[in-house]
Design a protein around this ligand. Structure first.
Ligand SMILES: [Zn+2]
Length: 296
């Protein structure tokens, strides 16, 4: 949705609330007490009331906005920006634009929306041909570790390990100087604790269809993969050839790194996944906006 359309469709708090109610009505409200699906709408209170047991459900309850005091319009603006901007923006920037007094609730709102993005993408299993590799993202060293030897230069950094998987299909019949070009589908990025075969195998099992064909380098981290997918091609890849054999994984890693560095500068390890979620979500939809509002 373009900015003009957004502004004319959601000019005020009322229009956002009505739209949000329409989405909830369409998805259906479930009573948290008795599981009943039929509700009255209490117009004066802006709440649903269960037809069976009378339990009230607020408009926000059980959604991504659960417990939030921020106006609906803030959420709509944040969703609009998250799904329509090519890059991203910081919570500080959004706080400034909204003219809101406090930073934390704005940061919390964006964080919850990014979690919702991750949850949406978790439902999708990668399939067919998949490139897989790990990447190291620079993150801020937690405070308690700051006296360690790793402290150097400005701020101390550590590397957080991320497993990156991209659906990647060979383009039939074409050859370029670099070999056969590949077309990218969905991608996933997941922080991992270590590069042990067991860790990687578990992660792949969660994210990849059993019928898939995985292409990786010949690292021992990947020895367990034949247990969870039909085909596993482990290729010994000289360093300079990595961009040819696993092109999309490496394009995705370098784009994500650049974006995160540009916008968020120092990222704490525990929040990196949230930014990766946003990156993958946008990549997977190639910027077609989608409703995030009813996720939790
Ligand atoms: Zn009920």
């Amino acid at each position: 949705m373009k900015l003009f359309d957004f502004v004319s469709e959601y000019p005020d708090e009322e229009s956002c609330k009505l739209k949000f109610k329409a989405i909830r009505d369409k998805e259906g409200v479930v009573c948290r007490k008795c599981g009943g699906k039929a509700h009255y709408w209490k117009k004066d209170k802006w709440q649903y009331e269960c037809k069976v047991c009378g339990t009230r459900t607020t408009l926000r309850s059980g959604t991504v906005m659960h417990g939030s005091q921020l106006p609906f319009r803030y959420w709509f603006i944040a969703i609009h920006l998250l799904t329509s901007t090519k890059k991203s923006f910081s919570a500080l920037e959004l706080q400034r634009q909204l003219g809101h007094k406090y930073y934390e609730p704005i940061w919390g709102m964006l964080h919850k929306l990014r979690l919702a993005m991750g949850k949406r993408d978790e439902k999708y299993m990668l399939s067919a041909e998949i490139e897989l590799d790990d990447g190291f993202f620079s993150t801020e060293r937690p405070f308690e570790d700051k006296n360690s030897k790793l402290k150097r230069g400005r701020g101390s950094q550590k590397k957080t390990k991320v497993l990156v998987m991209t659906e990647s299909k060979e383009v039939k019949g074409k050859t370029t100087k670099k070999g056969k070009p590949r077309k990218v589908g969905y991608i996933k990025m997941q922080i991992i604790e270590n590069l042990k075969a067991e860790t990687i195998t578990q992660e792949v099992k969660k994210s990849v269809s059993k019928e898939a064909e995985l292409i990786t380098d010949a690292s021992t981290s990947y020895v367990g993969l034949p247990k969870v997918v039909k085909h596993h091609k482990a290729i010994v890849i000289p360093k300079e050839k990595v961009g040819v054999v696993l092109p999309w994984v490496h394009i995705a890693i370098s784009n994500a790194k650049r974006l995160i560095l540009d916008i968020y500068h120092n990222v704490k390890p525990k929040f990196l996944q949230s930014y990766l979620n946003e990156f993958c979500y946008k990549f997977n939809r190639r910027y077609f906006g989608e409703q995030l509002v009813t996720s939790q």
